[in-house]
Design a protein around this ligand. Sequence first.
Ligand SMILES: [Zn+2]
Length: 430
Amino acid sequence: MFRILRYLILISLISSGYYLFISEFFHLSKKDSLETVIVKKEKVEAKKEIIQEKKEEVASPKIKKSIDKVQYVENKIKILQGDTFVSILESLNFEQENIYKIISEIENFFDLKKIKTGEIISVFENSFGEIKKIEFFKNSETIISVNLDKEININIRELIKDSFIESKEYTIAESLFSDGIKNGVSPDILVKIISLFSFDLDFQRDIRVNTVVSISYEFDEIVETGRIEYNDIKYASITIDGKQLEYFKFITDDGYVDYFNREGKNVKKSILKTPLDGARISSNFGMRKHPISGFNKMHKGVDFAAPTGTPIYAGGNGIVEYVGRNGGYGKYIRIRHNNGYKTAYAHLSNYKKGISKGVRVNQGEVIGYVGSTGNSTGPHLHYEIIYQNKHINPLKLKLPSGKILEGKELEKFKAEYKIIYADHLSMLYE
Ligand SMILES: [Zn+2]
């Protein structure tokens, strides 16, 4: 049912910044890479056998070129905690002078500090036990080969990879993540799905039993090592109680990989940079002399000057976690959003009726009104955006724009999403 279709596609770089969750799940990807190291190891051993078999066949001097290769015996060294490239070369009995030469040659192409515990270094010896070549991975797609003859020369080899698109569909019994794993979806892809929907869904509350997840995504397989690298999600849909949220990958005219629904609306509702209309910035984020205390202090938000009573909007979907007086902030509201963000609103004249702790608010909904309560010199909104408990500059917030496609770009998107969807269905049901 889950038939894999082969495609040769262009490799699109993922704008890593889109995936806010990636660091949280770093341990998962780390685990993944350990597994692939094991896979790699098996492959390498298999290769060695082939080499030894060949050795007997190549008695004829005609095949001169391959004789060199055949004479090498490959030993694999796993980098352990505390190992350095120097210590490994020392353990291979290289002289200090040569170690220095080898290291400095490699450093022209690769920062050896970046080599990680668990990686494998292959050392090739000739029949006299002389090390003639050292190989290791620069990254999953590139091998650095150090040839040790009279001269040291470095050869950088790109590995061949095949690109695939795969589709999966599953029903949630427990959680999006754990059921995804049970259905053979990679953690890398699940993290991306969660990130993609994190502005729409609260995964703790919104996901119910019988929620259907349907996805299509790209991955590459490095032919030589068998390592798999997951790329972009092409299509993702989550259906809860018959209500469907779906997004299609699209590269916008300005070159960004982004996701849109069938109407061409960007999925990711950004947190509003300006949560009120017709305001002017009266004080920016950063160090400043406090207008009341006179001390230099970090200004952890942005001030928007606006007449008393101007409505203030919720910066994003979320849950109100604080409403009330809060010291110098005066009348204050703080909202917790789904994706590690919080927004705070200070010096209000009043709260909107019905806004209380625990209430759910939608982006753009009125929550209160501009005022001058607390330490304030005049009516303004002091607005803070807090990400993982750190204040960030609202004006420099790097979140997707909430773009809506129009005109030719929309036409292009519509043509593309129909193809993505047709491919997805054919992969699922063919
Ligand atoms: Zn302020």
